[in-house]
Design a protein around this ligand. Structure first.
Ligand SMILES: C[S@@+](CC[C@H](N)C(=O)[O-])C[C@H]1O[C@@H](n2cnc3c(N)ncnc32)[C@H](O)[C@@H]1O
Length: 120
């Protein structure tokens, strides 16, 4: 029998986050947002088996791919996002993940991934 992905509690649509927080894409940070959740789920599925895995996502933006990763029932998800305008949306996702997701508002080029995973 197929295992259903765990449902996250109802969350605002990505488009609403972008409108409420006026998250106009910044070119200098290569920002563009994937809004189609079906596409995000397909992308994440192509990463393989994530159930019980420890995952690092760089540049989650408003969190479309992040939602799809959480739905795959990973054990732990760390996201590193340089732009603090996304923090309210990402913190809401972290709350909905019931302790599985942590948000790091940092530049990934200066971020110590090794240290993070020592703790994992
Ligand atoms: C192309 S957008 C992708 C957003 C999201 N993953 C999606 O698919 O909708 C790239 C993201 O990487 C972030 N970013 C760019 N440079 C970064 C850096 N040095 N460290 C962490 N995040 C960075 C941007 O702020 C942006 O959220």
């Amino acid at each position: 029998m197929a295992v259903r992905p765990p449902r996250l509690p109802p969350l605002p649509a990505l488009r609403d986050f972008i409108n409420i927080y006026q998250l106009k894409a910044k070119k200098q940070l290569s920002q563009n947002y994937l809004m189609d959740m079906n596409l995000s789920r397909k992308l994440v599925k192509s990463a393989g088996h994530l159930e019980g895995a420890t995952v690092l996502e760089v540049g989650p933006g408003p969190g479309g791919i992040t939602r799809a990763i959480l739905e795959r029932n990973c054990r732990r998800l760390d996201v590193v996002e340089i732009d603090d305008r996304f923090l309210p949306a990402l913190e809401l996702l972290a709350e909905a993940s019931v302790g599985r997701m942590s948000v790091h508002n940092e530049d990934v080029m200066k971020f110590d991934v090794g240290k993070l995973w020592e703790e994992a």
